[in-house]
Design a protein around this ligand. Structure first.
Ligand code: GLU
Length: 260
């Protein structure tokens, strides 16, 4: 998969299940490793755009709530709290490797609103020219309903389009797509998808291969969005951040979506 291995500009999306323990607290060992690997890939010559979830999850812990809230204002408050902690650690860890980060909080109208699209495009491209690592999350505080980016899989695909990326990588808690629920011993791993058919979508829904928070269906949607402009998507297990290296040396166990 030369297109994948030769990708220079890469959007890397990391979900809450990769960033946090089940307690909701940050998995510091994994986050540190992840940032070390992303920094190293940047040193190697890749542009790295980091799409992060985890703000709500971490905010829940910080606010001392016993469980994830279901009402939108409390979710938004938690996102505002957790986002600070996320950026604090990302800033600190990337700095150790001499990389500078920038925070971008976006809403879905970066796609539909021409002026906002232009502004987001310009900011993102200028940051990349300045050799900065853009770190992106949904702007949960001003998202007034759940029709906005309430999951970051499709957000990462939209960002991949916006920054004209060569590759979208979604780190999750499974090795990619399986033909049935991956906890089933008969489940077969699917290394390459060239077409997302209705059958594939339905089987993903029905067989519930959804160990990750956004589920596999939003990852297929992300792959379709990225694929619209010819960007391949890789879904890979984020438990070991060194898997990112394996994408580029061609040894990764993952699912590649190349929809041309
Ligand atoms: N924007 C949400 C957060 O930072 C993440 C949504 C998702 O889990 O994809 O908590």
């Amino acid at each position: 998969m030369n297109k994948v291995q030769n990708a220079r500009r890469v959007v890397i999306k990391v979900g809450t299940s990769t960033l946090c323990y089940k307690t909701g607290n940050l998995n510091l060992r994994r986050v540190r490793k992840l940032i070390e690997v992303m920094s190293d890939l940047k040193n190697e010559g890749h542009d790295i755009i980091f799409v992060t979830s985890g703000a709500i999850g971490i905010g829940v812990g910080r606010a001392g709530l016993s469980k994830r809230p279901t009402d939108i204002p409390t979710k938004q408050a938690c996102a505002a709290i957790g986002q600070c902690e996320l950026m604090n650690i990302y800033d600190r860890e990337f700095s150790k490797f001499n990389h500078t980060v920038a925070q971008l909080l976006v809403t879905r109208d970066v796609v539909s609103n021409k002026t906002r699209h232009e502004n987001a495009f310009n900011t993102l491209h200028r940051l990349l020219e300045m050799n900065i690592v853009p770190i992106i999350n949904a702007n949960d505080t001003v998202s007034i309903d759940q029709l906005d980016f309430d999951e970051n899989d499709t957000l990462s695909a939209v960002m991949a389009q916006l920054c004209e990326a060569d590759l979208l990588v979604i780190l999750t808690d499974v090795d990619g797509l399986y033909d049935m629920n991956p906890s089933d011993p008969n489940a077969k791993h699917i290394p390459l998808v060239t077409k997302i058919t209705d059958d594939l979508i339905n089987s993903t829904k029905q067989k519930g291969s959804e160990l990750a928070s956004g589920g596999m269906i939003t990852k297929l949607e992300a792959a379709m969005i990225a694929g619209e402009t010819g960007i391949p998507t890789v879904i890979i297990n984020g438990d070991d951040p060194e898997n990112l290296y394996r994408i580029f040396d061609g040894t990764a166990k993952c699912t590649i979506f190349d929809l041309n």
